[in-house]
Design a protein around this ligand. Structure first.
Ligand code: SF4
Length: 657
């Protein structure tokens, strides 16, 4: 966004920023009008993202050059008007590929990565016209990318006097197979967002926006300013666990601050339009302890009522063979992310916690580290059927499941661990058992309660983590810095020990509750063994898969054609069962969530209330449920599954009414 001789010039980034957060437009507009200066901050990962983007684009351009097509690259032309003129002249001459051209119309300006000639429709230049190709590294095409492409396509339509039919995303990967999108399918959406942005720019409706927190905040240069404003306003988003929907309801009730929410009379004497009554009461209680903590300037926590199958009731009895695990991973490394450090702590013979770790900087090492961890857990489980695998948050369980699918190894073990509920997520248990006066229930923020002291300062570990992740993402050939590895090992060990310390603290709280006269059952110990028939089949499949994968490199680009074919065959063995498994895992994951979390997830419905059961003649009875308004992908007629107890069977499904 730039003010050029009293006219605001807008570009594709303004469109995607506006889509991510209206308040960015407000702030950027005030910079363009010289009403304030922009902060100097840049997302620390930006340089790497840009470098990866440049590499991807250069590789795609090379690929196009190799096809023998006529080609111009206008990247060197820095003067905007000259670049526009050169782009038009190249189109007029019918050049096959135009890289880094410039298009402009009215107040809008854009630089698509590539314009490619198509012969499907004529333009003012002749029998040919052009379509837009943009290189993107993200695995999924986002709305912002489509808006950007739609803008380029509109500018292109003006330049060539012909509407392009398609616009294309060129994803990362070896074959550069573009993904086409029909321009007219996205035109209405594009026009809507564009008109909104133009309206804001023209009519100065900017003061009405508020810095509502969103995912873009993590990479936004305005974060400090917005965070300070929210704190100054005692904004509701500072209440741990509050959702957007709940905030909307509370604002409707003129409860716009944490302090006001803290004194909201509970039980509520009215029914919310957004969100469930219980959930709003819960955030009200949360605001109360947070306000108490900040007023008294001390740690405040309360133990919640004991509820079947949740909180303290899902905390197993400690075992000397328990494992406390933590993985460090980078979702942007390689083609599908990479775990680079596996760590866990376990008790030794003297009862002291010992840290064990394996670094894995290549796919082969990642596979070995995964097998090493699972084998260790299985060994300890065989020695004590009452042991568990503790972690904080969903990351470890999700990624261990993904690794078993990626490398087709230790499938039976992971299946059995999941069936036996061996994974214990202390984040979920803490949320269900304790109300704490903190803004977020993160592992680090909770350490004050169990008095855990880290050996590695977080600032130091953040820097080391960034170095390692950038090293992995850029696939640098040099040696990883020993100092960064040392710091990350310390950080990973701290996380494992902190998880163990939190479990011990929860155990003490549980005992206090028992001493106060509460009966708190433990979860049952299950062995998760499959039926004999399934076990026999799994063993046969595992033996065949092992034969096919023997001595195969884990990294796809290191495999010969024959090895790739063997890998494909191994994937095809039991393919359908593996596909079903992903769905089952997701089901069990959702089944363990509370209502608030379910309401935040799009594939699920939270706050289900049983209404009635109707039986017509000899047909099966139909159960009717109601639920509070929420954003969801569940539609009438979809087949859904309910979970009322941990032992509910996967295949118990009901028809939705
Ligand atoms: S920090 Fe967040 S709220 Fe503020 S402008 Fe950026 S994205 Fe919007």
């Amino acid at each position: 966004m730039k003010l050029l001789s009293k006219h605001l010039r807008l570009a594709a980034t303004d469109l995607s920023n506006h889509l991510a957060c209206r308040h960015v437009t407000t702030l950027d507009l005030s910079v363009a009008r010289s009403e304030r200066t922009a902060p100097k901050w840049e997302a620390p990962d930006l340089a790497v993202i840009q470098e990866l983007g440049r590499r991807h684009e250069a590789a795609y351009l090379n690929h196009l050059r190799e096809q023998g097509w006529s080609f111009v690259n206008l990247a060197e032309i820095k003067d905007e008007q000259r670049s526009i003129a050169e782009t038009l002249s190249s189109m007029e001459r019918g050049v096959d590929v135009i890289a880094q051209g410039t298009l402009a119309h009215d107040r809008w300006f854009g630089q698509p990565d590539v314009l490619r000639k198509v012969m499907t429709q004529p333009s003012r230049f002749g029998d040919w016209s052009y379509e837009v190709y943009d290189c993107k590294l993200t695995r999924e095409t986002k709305a912002a990318t489509l808006l950007q492409l739609a803008l380029y396509s509109e500018l292109l339509a003006k330049a060539q006097d012909a509407e392009p039919e398609e616009m294309h995303v060129v994803p990362g990967g070896a074959n550069f197979q573009p993904e086409p999108y029909r321009c007219d399918e996205f035109a209405a959406y594009y026009r809507h967002v564009k008109a909104q942005l133009e309206d804001v720019s023209d009519n100065g409706k900017v003061d009405r926006t508020y810095p509502e927190p969103c995912t873009h905040c993590d990479v936004c240069r305005w974060f400090r300013e917005c965070d300070a404003r929210r704190r100054g306003d005692d904004h509701l988003s500072l209440v741990a666990g509050v959702t957007k929907l709940q905030r909307a309801q509370l604002i409707e009730w003129q409860t716009e601050t944490m302090a006001k929410l803290a004194v909201l009379p509970i039980p509520l004497n009215r029914k919310p339009r957004h969100g469930s009554k219980d959930a709003i009461e819960r955030v009200g209680e949360q605001a109360r302890v947070q306000v108490e903590a900040r007023t008294l300037d001390k740690l405040v926590h309360e133990l919640l009522d004991v509820a079947e199958n949740t909180g303290f009731c899902s905390l197993p009895a400690p075992s000397p063979r328990d494992v406390f695990v933590d993985l460090e991973g980078d979702p942007f490394a390689g083609a599908s992310g990479q775990e680079y450090l596996f760590g866990f702590v376990v008790q030794d013979e003297s009862g002291k916690l010992r840290y064990h770790k394996q670094w894995c900087l290549t796919p082969d090492e990642e596979k070995r580290a995964f097998e090493w961890l699972i084998d260790e857990v299985m060994k300890r489980w065989a020695a004590d059927p009452a042991m568990h695998l503790y972690h904080f948050g969903g990351y470890e369980r999700t990624h261990l499941r993904n690794l078993t699918l990626r490398y087709i190894t230790r499938e039976a073990e992971i299946d059995r661990m999941l069936r036996a509920h061996l994974f214990i997520d202390l984040h979920t248990i803490f949320k269900q058992a304790v109300r704490a006066g903190v803004e977020e229930y993160s592992l680090k923020k909770l350490e004050a309660f169990h008095k855990f002291e880290r050996t590695v300062p977080l600032e130091q570990s953040r820097a080391a983590m960034r170095h390692i992740e950038h090293w992995l993402e850029l696939a640098r050939g040099d040696e990883l810095r020993k100092e960064d590895q040392r710091v990350m090992e310390g950080y990973n060990e701290d996380d494992c020990r902190s998880t163990a310390s939190l479990r011990d603290w929860l155990e003490i709280q549980r005992q206090d509750k028992e001493r106060a006269g509460k009966t708190i059952p433990r979860p049952s110990i299950e062995d998760g063994a499959p039926s004999e028939q399934v076990d026999e089949r799994q063993k046969r499949v595992a033996a065949l898969v092992a034969q096919l994968l023997e001595s195969l490199p884990a990294n796809p680009s290191d495999r010969s054609d024959e090895q790739s074919a063997r890998w494909m065959l191994a994937q095809l063995l039991d393919w359908h069962r593996r596909e079903d498994k992903v769905e089952q895992w997701q089901y069990f994951h959702f089944a363990e969530m509370d209502d608030d979390s379910l309401m935040e997830e799009r594939p699920t419905l939270g706050g289900l209330q049983f209404v009635r059961r109707t039986a017509k003649g000899s047909t099966l009875p139909v159960d009717t449920y109601s639920f509070p308004p929420q954003e969801t992908d569940v539609h009438a007629g979809d087949k859904v599954a309910t979970e009322t107890s941990r032992s509910a069977r996967w295949n118990r499904s009901i028809s939705q009414n």
